[in-house]
Design a protein around this ligand. Structure first.
Ligand code: ZN
Ligand code: ZN
Length: 265
């Protein structure tokens, strides 16, 4: 387990957990509970649908935060990535860490390390997103997005019920309800934007940082790209924040080399 000692990153993670738990409390006690009490639906059933997404979102976030994303050092570059070393050009050496960098490895100034398959450094999870934790990051985005959509649905039902039945709300309840709706809405916009960037990168067999550096990579079938991220063939484990079983493949199999075009040949 690894926790990056970055004050801002840790603070942002604490804020993320606090906001997610506050929104969940708002949804359960200000929307699901009162609507259930009025007999519109069953409280246990609705909480039973809502909570699993909350738990999966938080566990995916935690796993993403504490997992080594693929830090390279002199020892594991030789031991773990031996097959890559045999095959690749070894001239690409990081000037900060002085380790050989396989293609698509980048040096992160926040982590002060070279990260295999670095996508970007994410302050929301206080970690780099790389080869070993991109699965957790995607699961966090997907489950949080589903949780936020369900939250907004319940909150909308509550506002509708209040309006139809003319229910008077206390100032605290009105404030907390508005706070929950606004925060869930902001979360929806942010997460859907990040998720759409991730989907584009996966479809194109690239990463956030490679897009910024205008690097081209060989197009592969989407299923192959997904297998690399989720660590193996399609299985129920893809949906659960468990460690990936796959090891980095050789460069040719990973489709790293940009195809020669008239512009770069
Ligand atoms: Zn480095
Ligand atoms: Zn980093």
């Amino acid at each position: 387990m690894r926790i990056l000692k970055d004050f801002c990153g840790i603070l942002i993670c604490i804020i993320v957990y606090t906001i997610i738990i506050l929104v969940a409390c708002g949804v359960i006690f200000l929307a699901i509970k009162p609507i259930s009490d009025e007999g519109y639906f069953d409280f246990d059933l609705m909480v039973g649908i809502y909570l699993p997404f909350l738990v999966l979102s938080l566990t995916s976030h935690f796993a993403c935060m504490v997992t080594d994303p693929g830090i390279l050092n002199k020892q594991n570059t030789v031991e773990i990535y031996k097959s890559l070393l045999e095959e690749d050009n070894k001239e690409n050496v990081c000037t900060y860490c002085n380790v050989w960098k396989p293609p698509r490895t980048h040096h992160c100034m926040t982590c002060r390390s070279c990260i295999l398959n670095m996508d970007h450094h994410c302050p929301w999870v206080n970690n780099c997103i790389g080869f070993y934790n991109q699965k957790y990051f995607l699961l966090f985005l997907v489950y949080t997005l589903i949780g936020v959509i369900i939250s907004e649905g319940f909150l909308f039902c509550k506002v509708l019920a209040n309006t139809i039945e003319g229910i008077e709300k206390s100032r605290f309840e009105a404030f907390f309800l508005t706070f929950t709706i606004v925060v869930a809405g902001v979360f929806f916009l942010m997460i859907s934007s990040i998720l759409s960037d991730q989907i584009k990168a996966i479809v194109n067999n690239t990463s956030g940082i490679d897009v910024l550096q205008h690097k081209n990579f060989v197009k592969r079938p989407l299923y192959v790209n997904l297998q690399e991220i989720f660590g193996g063939k399609l299985s129920p484990l893809w949906l659960i924040p468990t460690p990936i079983s796959g090891k980095p493949k050789k460069v040719v199999e990973r489709g790293y080399e940009a195809p020669k075009t008239q512009d770069n040949s």
